[in-house]
Write a protein that binds this ligand. Structure first.
Ligand code: FEO
Length: 392
């Protein structure tokens, strides 16, 4: 294992994680992931930008064998998949200084137990002169922790963006070669990690757009040799206006709710409203999250279990509430056996989003023609609301 020299004096010292299938014990990783760490050599000083996940310590250790001296360890973000090996690097290079944002100070001390005398906080816009190479620190909070920053290598016009613009994708190619193949992993990453902070990204994206840029080098997934590709994609994802798209997150136990969902899918399709149903019993929640990026309406379809939502539906509602997608409308449909409080439960759970709720269609037992007519009415109402807000 050798460090990869990307450009003269700039190395990739990260690790691919081909087999990882779950992040945070929550997010599916169908294509694995990578932890990118970069080493930048100046005429006087050498800086390491981020580290790798502790599980990949052997990769970092091998890569760093080529570099007897590191003067600065720049930690753009303190989540453990990049920072967990900070103590290891600081021990290996006793002269190295850890550079972080002021907000990160408490985090490196509480999470990593770094001694005060090893760290230095950097201000927004502060520059680090490595000798012939200058790194400018750009505070960019909440992508996706409060302490996050980006590091911009001025002379080479490379932005080391940490999680921002990243993708969970293990690849033998360190640079994006085929943009169409790169977009889905990047969108999945945005949906799962960045979407709750959409408004903050809107506010801060200008700091990146205005930079002369040759490359964006995130800390997960490949490097973008055409930065405008991923910046433009982000601009579309964070924009306020959704698409004429309905996402239906559904689960059924004995088929009644499933009949309602099938009918709604058909009724929406007949009205030229795009619809994507996700059967929660089998779906990859990452694919559901991707669709939430642009959906205008979210429908939760759930039977009633012990008077409440089916647990899989409750999980989907929790996800929607946490990811805070830009959708304008939401609805609830489902069947119950004898009594249900599922709708009340759903309303209580959706406490961080402000969707306009369509009248629910909740029925007892197996749907009758009158129940399916109510589903038709819901489809018509969705169509009319989408039309009214200019999506059709
Ligand atoms: Fe890749 Fe937020 O850590």
């Amino acid at each position: 294992m050798k460090a990869v020299e990307l450009f003269e004096g700039i190395y990739w010292v990260g690790a691919e994680d081909w087999d990882r299938r779950l992040f945070d014990s929550l997010l599916p990783l169908p294509e694995g992931t990578s932890y990118n760490a970069y080493l930048v050599k100046g005429e006087k000083y050498t800086a390491l930008i981020d580290a790798v996940d502790p599980s990949k310590i052997n990769f970092l250790e091998e890569h760093l064998k080529e570099f007897p001296k590191i003067d600065f360890l720049i930690a753009n973000h303190i989540e453990q998949d990049h920072s967990g090996l900070i103590p290891f690097v600081l021990e290996k290079y006793p002269q190295a200084q850890l550079l972080i944002t002021p907000t990160a100070k408490d985090l490196v001390q509480s999470h990593l137990h770094v001694a005060e005398n090893r760290l230095r906080t950097v201000a927004d816009g502060e520059k680090l002169d490595l000798g012939g190479r200058t790194i400018r620190f750009i505070h960019f909070p909440w992508v996706h922790w409060p302490e996050t920053m980006l590091s911009y290598l001025e002379e080479d016009q490379i932005l080391f963006s940490c999680d921002l613009f990243g993708s969970h994708l293990a690849s033998s190619e360190l640079l994006v070669r085929e943009e169409p193949l790169a977009i889905e992993p990047a969108k999945r990453y945005y949906a799962e990690i960045m979407m709750p902070f959409r408004k903050i990204i809107q506010k801060n994206l200008g700091k990146v757009e205005n930079l002369p840029l040759k490359y964006i080098a995130p800390s997960h997934g490949p490097i973008y040799p055409r930065p405008e590709f991923i910046i433009q994609a982000y601009k579309e994802w964070i924009a306020d206006k959704p698409r004429n798209l309905v996402v239906i997150a559904h689960v059924s136990m004995h088929g009644s709710t499933e009949k309602m969902v099938s009918h709604l899918v058909q009724a929406l399709s007949l009205r030229n409203v795009e619809v994507r149903p996700f059967n929660l019993a089998v779906t990859d929640v990452g694919r559901l999250a991707i669709s939430l990026v642009e959906a205008a309406t979210i429908i939760i379809a759930s039977p009633t279990v012990l008077t409440g939502l089916h647990p899989l539906a409750a999980e989907a509602v929790f996800l929607v509430n946490a990811l805070r997608p830009k959708a304008l409308f939401a609805g609830f449909i489902g069947s119950y056996g004898w009594k249900s409080r599922a709708l009340d439960q759903l309303k209580t759970m959706l406490d961080s989003v402000r969707f306009e709720l369509f009248p629910p269609v909740q029925i007892k037992g197996n749907p009758r023609p009158t129940d399916l007519a109510a589903i038709n009415n819901l489809a018509e109402e969705i169509y009319q609301r989408h039309k009214k807000v200019g999506l059709i």
